[in-house]
Write a protein that binds this ligand. Structure first.
Ligand code: NAD
Length: 338
């Protein structure tokens, strides 16, 4: 059993913790929480051992009637791998602690690429991560773009990619963040950071991205244009390439799916934990080839798409399973169909 701890129990951390707890080859040793809120309460009900950040935080758990397992260092001493799901830049502050203990760590996409030895997307570069100490599971948008561009690159060759990303304003548990009545260019300048971030996984793909924030909480929407190297590629061949690729979902307006809200409603019907959708959803009817350029719309569930990557990264760093074994195990436990 791979012993795993999760530091940071917000949007990503609580999902990764639940996913780890489902793996037959992993044991969730505990999770680090800053304070005893409703997320801590439910984690305790699930039987997860809670660890505090510092003495004050540990005391707040004791005052609320919990029996905390100690602090981050105490958790670290009991694990083989720590998944750092703390907010952007906080992971960097923890890195020295992880390094000193020699423990392997999986960071998230809010951290810089150079925090880790590999920026990771399982189907693109699992083997590069084998045996490394520090891995970065890239952001939600980078994960979706890496999976889809890698698929097109393997099948037809990608000459270049151009993407406009409409980003959700905040996650559902962040009611004080906006915009509420505006579309915010984020950033105003072009390119946005997403293109260079995709190149941390797929360095050979020329890519330019631009992004803005819209007043929703549930998904990002990508408008993608990809120039293909192979001539004469048809829409059907692209659909087949996406069908055969792992962790990509094709959706159709024929099924009444015309909006991100429909995609999330569809995901809830799938019955996975929290109604999460681990795959980017590509509208079949949006796939169009014009003058050697492939067009499509893709929706990304920002809260959950990186969860399977975190699970696979744990196996990659410990060298406990091959890419295909790990991805199959992760898919089976999370209910991912391909
Ligand atoms: P979050 O704010 O929802 O959760 C972070 C958690 O860490 C919170 O519970 C917070 O209380 C806790 N925390 C704060 N300081 C801490 C400390 N010093 N020690 C331990 N815990 C601490 O953040 P998130 O959205 O889960 O993001 C975590 C990482 O995942 C970031 O790098 C982010 O960029 C990345 N990410 C986020 C999303 C998303 O859409 N939310 C998607 C992909 C990747």
């Amino acid at each position: 059993m791979i012993r795993v701890g999760v530091n940071g129990f917000g949007t990503i951390g609580r999902r990764v913790a639940d996913a780890v707890a489902k793996q037959p080859d992993m044991k969730l040793v505990g999770i680090v929480k800053t304070k005893p809120d409703y997320k801590a309460k439910i984690a305790a009900q699930k039987g997860y051992t809670l660890f505090g950040v510092d003495d004050k935080s540990i005391q707040s758990f004791k005052d609320a009637g919990y029996k905390p397992g100690g602090n981050v260092e105490n958790l670290l001493s009991q694990v083989d791998v720590i998944v750092d799901a703390t907010p952007e830049d906080v992971g960097a502050a923890y890195k020295e602690m992880y390094r000193k203990t020699g423990k392997k760590a999986i960071f998230q996409g809010g951290e810089e690429h150079d925090i880790a030895e590999v920026s990771f997307v399982a189907q693109c570069n699992y083997d590069l991560a084998k045996g490394k100490q520090f891995i970065r599971a890239v952001s939600c948008n980078t994960t979706a773009l890496s999976r889809t561009l890698h698929t097109l690159d393997q099948a037809f060759g990608v000459k270049r990619a151009r993407i406009v990303i409409a980003r959700r304003a905040s996650d559902p548990d962040e009611p004080t963040k906006g915009p509420i009545d505006s579309v915010n260019l984020d950033p105003v300048t072009i390119p946005s950071h997403h293109g260079p971030d995709v190149q941390t996984v797929l360095p050979h793909i020329p890519i330019v991205t631009m992004a803005y924030k819209i007043p929703t909480t549930h998904m990002h929407l990508h408008s993608v244009i990809v120039s293909l190297k192979e001539n004469g590629v048809t829409e059907d061949r692209i659909i087949n390439a996406f069908k055969e690729a792992p962790r990509i979902l094709l959706v159709s307006q024929k099924d009444g799916i015309r909006a991100t809200a429909h995609v999330m409603d569809y995901a809830r019907e799938l019955g996975r934990n929290r109604g999460d959708l681990y795959e980017p959803a590509i509208w079949k009817e949006s796939i169009k080839v014009v003058d050697g350029e492939a067009y499509f719309f893709m929706a990304v569930h920002q809260e959950s798409i990186v969860v399977p990557e975190n699970v696979d990264a744990i196996r990659a760093v410990t060298g406990s399973a091959s890419k295909s074994e790990s991805m199959a195990m992760t898919n089976k436990t999370l209910g991912i169909l391909n």
